[in-house]
Design a protein around this ligand. Structure first.
Ligand code: G3H
Ligand code: ZN
Length: 305
């Protein structure tokens, strides 16, 4: 199986994006993977510190392995919004394909310092695990603040503060200073960069979907030469998503839409008085599969596995 780096580079060259779909339990996970199977799409499974704390890092890796083996699909696992080097180190040691260091609340210098440690550890994994045809573990960096921490449904109108948006010059400094020389003239650094360009975690119930600041994204794209990640993908207008992919976005993270679909349908079905899990869960799983299918089609990763 080709590795995640291969698919991210392919997406970058060909102008599509890979979806990252977060999960908290095995029913959600199966529902996500079912959609990837029916659309023959590569996918990234995401677990935050909270989600992986609930599932277990080792369990998440074992489930990825199992589903990879069963489906033959390129299914990858990312530790999403890791806040400390120690936690990311654990995820790397367990066998995650990628780790996202979220140092967005730290001063830039501090963010760079820890990111660099993460890059060093992730890239050396190649040696620790033995080459085996694999790249080291991939690293997602972040500059700028996505705006909200929680994935919830906001009743009030939500607006991203201008100061939270990624500043192009800070992105340049971050990419440059987190890059290491590896010998034989090779450079290693963060493989993708999460940028704050107007989206936020959660959905705005007022129906005023967050628009992507395409102007800002374009400015960043012109200054850095690595592909970028869009967080807060739920509830974003379709056209903005398509335009952002043209501007170098290669991975789009979706969580709230999945949680919302799962919880709403589950609540409905439980109210009917059903108490058998394998009878009340399929409806919620179907709802999740529908969300993931729509996103895969929108991101253009169908038939790219
Ligand atoms: O890291 C996860 C995503 O950024 C989730 O975004 O809450 O809009 O689905 P979302
Ligand atoms: Zn996020």
């Amino acid at each position: 199986m080709k590795n995640l780096k291969y698919y991210l580079q392919k997406a970058y060259k060909e102008g599509w994006a890979i979806g990252q779909f977060n999960f908290s339990d095995f029913s959600e996970l199966k529902a996500i993977v079912n959609s990837a199977v029916s659309l023959k799409s590569p996918i990234v499974l995401g677990t935050s510190e909270g989600e992986s704390g609930f599932i277990g890092l080792e369990e998440a890796v074992l489930m990825r392995n199992l589903l990879r083996k069963k489906t033959g699909l390129p299914i990858f696992l990312n530790l999403d919004h890791g806040k400390s080097f120690e936690y990311l180190k654990k995820a790397i040691d367990e066998g995650y394909d990628m780790v996202h260091f979220d140092g967005s609340k730290l001063p830039l210098e501090e963010n760079i310092k820890i990111s660099k440690e993460v890059v060093k550890y992730a890239k050396w994994t190649l040696l620790r695990r033995g080459f085996g045809g694999q790249e080291g573990v991939l690293v997602e960096g972040e500059v700028g603040r996505i705006g909200t921490d929680a994935s919830r449904i906001y009743q009030e109108k939500f607006e991203i503060k201008e100061e939270f948006l990624t500043k192009p010059e800070e992105a340049v400094e971050y990419v440059k200073k987190t890059s290491l020389r590896q010998g034989f003239g090779r450079q290693a650094g963060v493989d993708v960069l999460a940028v704050s360009v107007g989206t936020f975690h959660g959905i705005d119930a007022m129906g005023e979907s967050p628009h992507i600041r395409l102007d800002r994204l374009k400015e960043i794209r012109e200054k850095i030469n690595i592909p970028m990640v869009l967080h807060g993908g739920s509830g974003t207008p379709e056209n903005d998503i398509k335009e952002s992919i043209k501007l170098g976005i290669v991975k789009i993270n979706i969580n709230t839409e999945i949680r919302k679909a799962f919880a709403e349908r589950l609540l409905q079905d439980l109210q009917k008085g059903e108490i058998v899990p394998y009878k009340f869960l399929p409806g919620a799983m179907e709802a999740v599969s529908k969300v993931v299918e729509d996103e895969i089609r929108l991101f253009g990763s169908e038939n790219k596995a």
